[in-house]
Design a protein around this ligand. Structure first.
Ligand SMILES: [Zn+2]
Length: 445
């Protein structure tokens, strides 16, 4: 079906819900009609009052292939994306093997994705101390950004960088106008000694707020010094907010994201011996997370992303319960929309405000907002259709990620994705996969 019409009384167009009919033809939105509009001989998909919106763009995903396919892979991750209404994702330069720190590794990753992309997929490159001379080639080859760690990444072949390393590549990033993405934790020894590694509070205290704020200060310095685009991934520490806010008033080159896990869970409710909740930076206390919500409601975050970062159950130490030995990363790409919508409902987040944080705004960050992230004539027909009224429970059989272990299991939520279209093809129908391999490889140009 190359040409069809999608109707709903609630299409999200020009930042509001209106009754409209979208005319889709050959991968694109050909026309948008106000109200109900049928055309003879063109299939008419009547979605009644379901929400019709641009497909979700998840700008922070770890897929781990090639090299660590036992953790996650393109096939399973992009199936989960499709079921979750994510039509485009950008993959991080770790934790595949090799890590994406030169053009050769970038090509291997693209090759590994062939035939396995069920949604659109682009890539970031990585900066480590030894690859400064590879950055320009990576940028030319079409990565959407360059990611670095300011603390140990958990992957030995992806060591953290120093300020001097970042200073060395900043002029190149400036020349290509490509963002530097930073994992902001700056390690020091000013942390309590660990006596019980199964205790969540002990894990939380091992990665204190000041690690994040010190790293954010470094990120802000680099941003200011070179006037480059700097993006702070997964902000967790609310003490970082004020300095970010201040700098954002002076420049639009500083951007910041947070992730569903920091907005949905609170440290007080995380049981001991449950490393399924382990991520870095850690999920903090309720009071902290309330401040993240305030910042969100105040338009402080540029966008929201999943930071989907799975690992096999033994790596997650699900049996031993040891937070310190466990892999840090949360599996949840499929549930970004229901988790944020459900918690947002309680927090007074309007759906009209949530949708752009998952669509238009990440598209702007990635520089693809001329073709994606909006329902507009001429745009790619990446469309997510969902039900905001019915509550459902996240069950194991619905999970498409390679490993089913996720802290979102058994949560009761609203916001079920019913249909997903990728490049004008229906890939999900009635919450089940329908057509595979419709994703395209995205190269930044
Ligand atoms: Zn990540």
């Amino acid at each position: 079906m190359k040409e069809f019409l999608i109707y709903s009384s609630r299409c999200f167009i020009d930042s509001q819900f209106i009754e409209a009919t979208l005319h889709i033809k050959n991968e694109k939105i050909l026309q948008i009609y106000k109200g109900i509009h049928k055309i003879e001989n063109i299939p008419f998909l009547d979605y009644n009052n379901l929400i019709v919106m641009p497909g979700i763009i998840d700008a922070h995903v770890h897929i781990n292939e090639p090299g660590r396919e036992t953790w996650e892979g393109f096939d399973t991750a992009t199936k989960a994306a499709a079921i979750g209404g994510v039509t485009t994702l950008i993959e991080m330069p770790l934790n595949a093997s090799p890590v994406t720190t030169d053009v050769n590794a970038f090509k291997l990753k693209q090759d590994a994705s062939k035939g396995k992309l069920h949604v659109n997929c682009g890539f970031y490159g990585g900066i480590i101390p030894s690859n400064k001379n590879d950055i320009e080639d990576l940028l030319r080859a079409g990565v959407f950004g360059v990611k670095g760690f300011l603390t140990h990444s958990g992957i030995d072949e992806f060591p953290n960088v120093s300020k001097a390393d970042l200073e060395a590549i900043a002029p190149t990033l400036k020349q290509y106008n490509i963002p530097l993405l930073l994992h902001c934790e700056l390690t020091d020894d000013n942390v309590p000694e660990v006596t019980n590694p199964k205790n969540y509070q002990a894990y939380l205290e091992s990665r204190p707020q000041h690690w994040e704020t010190n790293a954010i200060d470094l990120a802000l310095d680099i941003q200011k010094q070179f006037d480059i685009k700097v993006h702070i991934v997964h902000l967790s520490a609310s003490k970082g907010i004020e300095r970010i806010k201040k700098r954002k008033q002076e420049t639009n080159k500083l951007t910041v994201e947070t992730c569903p896990q920091y907005l949905y869970f609170n440290a007080e409710n995380i049981p001991d011996a449950s490393p399924i909740f382990k991520c870095a930076p850690p999920i903090r206390e309720k009071a902290n997370n309330n401040e993240l919500w305030e910042f969100l409601l105040d338009d402080g975050f540029n966008f929201l992303a999943s930071d989907h970062s799975p690992a096999p159950p033994n790596r997650k130490q699900l049996e031993s319960g040891d937070f310190f030995k466990a892999w840090g990363g949360i599996s949840g790409l499929q549930f970004t929309l229901p988790i944020l919508f459900s918690e947002g409902k309680k927090r007074g987040l309007q759906t009209e405000k949530l949708i752009p944080l998952l669509t238009k705004k990440p598209a702007e960050f990635l520089g693809i907002d001329n073709i994606k992230g909006d329902l507009k004539v001429g745009y790619d027909a990446d469309i997510t259709i969902w039900d905001d009224s019915e509550e459902f429970t996240i069950s194991e059989d619905s999970i498409q990620h390679k490993h089913k272990a996720t802290p979102y299991l058994n949560e009761s939520v609203f916001g079920k994705v019913i249909h997903t279209f990728v490049n004008g093809v229906q890939v999900v129908e009635n919450s089940k996969l329908k057509t595979l391999q419709q994703g395209q490889l995205l190269i930044k140009n």
